[in-house]
Each structure stands twice: as C-alpha cells, then as structure tokens.
Design a protein around this ligand. Structure first.
Ligand SMILES: Cc1cc2nc3c(=O)[nH]c(=O)nc-3n(C[C@H](O)[C@H](O)[C@H](O)COP(=O)(O)O)c2cc1C
Length: 259
C-alpha cells in the first residue's frame, strides 16, 4: 500500500484538462466533440472535466470595473456572485483548456462571448504593453497552459466554413491564448455533414439534418491526445500576439520605452 502522502502527491501531479463548452445543447454536436477530445486527453493520463456553461449561473458583465481596478490578485474579484468564480478557479488550475462552441452567425454562441467578457479582466490585469500602447491585458497567472478550440457548424461545409464562416476559432484562439497564458495545440472545425442528401427545400432546414462523422469525432479525440502529449512533454510556450518574434520585440521596446 502506498503511503497517504505519496498518493496525495500523485494526485497533485496529475495534469488536468478542462473543457469550457458554450453550446446551448446538452447533447448536441459540440458536446459530443468535446467529450471525444476529453476522452483523448484522458487516454494519455489527463484528469478531465467538461463545464457546460448553459448549466451554470453566468450573468452579464455590468462593466463595474471591480476586476479591472485590482492589479494584485491572481483572479481578480467580481461584484457578481455567480458560478464564474468556480469556473475561473478550475480554468486557472488546469494545465489544458479546450474552448468549444457551436458556430452561431459565423462566430461563437452568446454564452461563450459572455464567458470571455466575464473572464477578461479577472484573469488579466491592464498592465500590458505593446510598443507605445499601454493598458493592454496581461495574464495574471504565469502558469503556461495548453489551449485548443472546437467549433461545430450546422450549414457550412468544413473547407468553406473554415475560410469564410469561422470568426469563432481565431477569437477563442487569440484571446484564449493571450488571457490564459497558453500555447496553441490546434482546433477542430466540424463542418456540415447531413443525415441525408439534401435537395431543394431541405436546404432551408439544413441545421436539422446535421450529424457528426466518425472522422470528425476522431479528429477531436486526436486533438485531446495531442493536448495531453504536449502537456506531458512540458514544452509549452505561451503564444505572443506577434508570434515568434514577440518576445524579442518586447525586449527591444522595453529598452526604448523607459518608465
Ligand atoms: C442562432 C444560430 C445561428 C447559427 N449560425 C450558423 C452559422 O453561421 N453557420 C453555420 O454553419 N451554422 C449555424 N448555425 C447552426 C449551428 O452551428 C449547428 O446547429 C450546430 O451543429 C449546433 O451545435 P450544437 O449541436 O452543439 O448545438 C446556427 C444556429 C443557430 C441557432
């Protein structure tokens, strides 16, 4: 029998992947894809959890700026007492974060947008700098996380949708990596596949026939495996808005812009 202390340490060392799911449907396609990604992550030893935002009490941001004014806390306080507190603690505690959403109006759901609004200044402080710009979001936590996105579309085929109906992926990727001090693992865009061949009027009801394919589920599962492997390899590097040259730019501009 291993000693209690050893067991506790093992549990502490277990890496965690949390999925924040912004779909309005409990058993929808986004949820299925998210589950597949978490199964992939679990298969390589990750502790996993899905948070379905629709089941949580999440209210609109009131722009009271309580969080924005706090420069010290790792998770800034909020004047609203709802489930965001618990969700943000789980998110910041995680080693990998999967953000998933249905494609709504070419973007993400309102729920996911509200989540980002409520997260922004609670996990970032307005002390960031980019060239001469001041007051930009800067992650409050130094921990490097892995980030992946999943989006599920109802009418757009994958290739076209990825190009022309996919504002959600870059939004979640860029802001997610920036806010959560995260490295980018990859994304799944599950374009429209239908349960039957659509003809004429069927196209007006295309969303009703949307199904997931085995291939899309496999892609999501592989994304989870990749996330787990990257976390285990311990080689995550936070994505900079200016890419690889970002840290060099930071150093050079910091030299020229003296306080
Ligand atoms: C308000 C709304 C807007 C939508 N906008 C789009 C869209 O822009 N492009 C698209 O391909 N599908 C769109 N859809 C369809 C959903 O993306 C599709 O039903 C998706 O599979 C839903 O994911 P879910 O199963 O997790 O709910 C929209 C659906 C709703 C309700």
């Amino acid at each position: 029998m291993p000693e209690q202390g050893w067991v506790n340490q093992e549990m502490e060392n277990t890496k965690k992947v949390v999925a924040i799911n912004g779909s309005y449907r409990r058993k929808g396609t986004t949820t299925e894809l998210t589950k597949a990604a978490l199964e992939g992550a679990a298969s390589v030893g990750m502790d996993t959890e899905m948070i379905l935002l629709r089941d949580k009490d999440i209210r609109y941001c009131t722009n009271c700026l309580t969080c924005y004014k706090d420069l010290d806390s790792e998770i800034a306080p909020c004047s609203i007492d709802d489930d965001m507190e618990e969700i943000l603690h789980k998110t910041m505690d995680a080693d990998g974060v999967i953000l998933s959403s249905a494609v709504h109006n070419g973007f993400v759901t309102g729920l996911m947008t509200v989540f980002f609004e409520r997260m922004a200044w609670r996990v970032c402080r307005p002390t960031g700098r980019l060239f001469v710009l001041r007051g930009l979001p800067q992650p409050r936590s130094n921990k490097t996380r892995a980030l992946a996105t999943i989006v599920s579309a109802g009418g757009m085929p994958t290739r076209l949708g990825k190009m022309f109906c996919n504002d959600g992926t870059p939004f979640m990727r860029q802001n997610g990596c920036y806010y959560l001090n995260a490295d980018w693992v990859g994304g799944v865009y599950a374009g429209a596949k239908f349960s039957k061949e659509l003809r004429g009027e069927d196209w007006c009801k295309a969303y009703l026939y949307k199904i997931l394919t085995e291939e899309q589920l496999k892609e999501a599962r592989e994304l989870g495996i990749k996330m787990g492997a990257m976390i285990k390899a311990d080689k995550l590097k936070p994505v900079h808005p200016f890419g690889r040259i970002g840290s060099l730019l930071d150093r050079v501009t910091a030299w020229f812009i003296r306080e």
